[in-house]
Design a protein around this ligand. Structure first.
Ligand SMILES: Cc1cc2nc3c(=O)[nH]c(=O)nc-3n(C[C@H](O)[C@H](O)[C@H](O)COP(=O)(O)O)c2cc1C
Length: 194
């Protein structure tokens, strides 16, 4: 067995949590790739809000394009570059919608700006002239001095991985990857060229 596999956790989510500690808030930015209604790949950045034994959690707006795409095609890819550490984590998996308790917990943990964004992030708001967008934003904040109730458009997903690939950069030798694939009998690890 390769020394890299022998030194690494059997569960790739445990290794992911070593790479991305829960104490880092907000979590890293990830590229979320989905499949659109024409079968074309689509991608955008989202924040990793939680990483646990189920997978990779992110939160978004119910009316967004990505939610419609995920409901039609839950298959996704994530790419999380950790440039400062010369690492990258890529994930293939399936996204499922978070339950109500998780959504409430995640909304409560969001900073006020992002809580308010979940209320005002509509197409109609985007089309207003910028001065009106600023004044309406301030008026909404002033009308809610005690904070914001959970926005009706707030939702989230957890990506349950089937393949996770950890890229290790090095200035001293070639980069390499540790790839985990989930089969019927659990996770299998393989070393790959970088
Ligand atoms: C730094 C950064 C962080 C972002 N975080 C999120 C996020 O956590 N959730 C989200 O829905 N959109 C986030 N966005 C906006 C998305 O990239 C995207 O523009 C938006 O969600 C609409 O995507 P869609 O039309 O593909 O659904 C972020 C954008 C940037 C630049």
């Amino acid at each position: 067995m390769s020394e890299l596999i022998a030194q690494s956790p059997a569960d790739p989510l445990a290794l992911a949590r070593e790479w991305i500690p829960a104490s880092v808030h907000p979590g890293p930015l990830m590229t979320l790739a989905t499949i659109d209604e024409d079968g074309l790949p689509d991608a955008r950045s989202v924040l990793l809000t939680e990483l646990d034994a189920d997978g990779f959690h992110f939160h978004t707006d119910l009316a967004s394009r990505k939610v419609a795409q995920l409901r039609a095609h839950p298959e996704v890819a994530l790419c999380i570059p950790l440039v400062a550490e010369a690492r990258q984590l890529t994930v293939q998996g399936r996204a499922r919608e978070a339950d109500a308790a998780e959504l409430a917990r995640a909304y409560a943990a969001r900073p006020p700006y992002l809580q308010q964004l979940a209320w005002l992030n509509s197409h109609e708001f985007a089309e207003l002239p910028q001065p009106e967008r600023v004044s309406r934003w301030q008026a909404f904040a002033a009308a809610h001095p005690d904070g914001f109730a959970q926005a009706p458009g707030w939702t989230g997903f957890v990506v349950e991985p089937v393949r996770m690939t950890f890229w290790f950069g090095s200035t001293e030798t070639a980069s390499r990857r540790l790839e985990y694939r989930r089969g019927d009998d659990g996770w299998r690890a393989h070393v790959r060229a970088g």
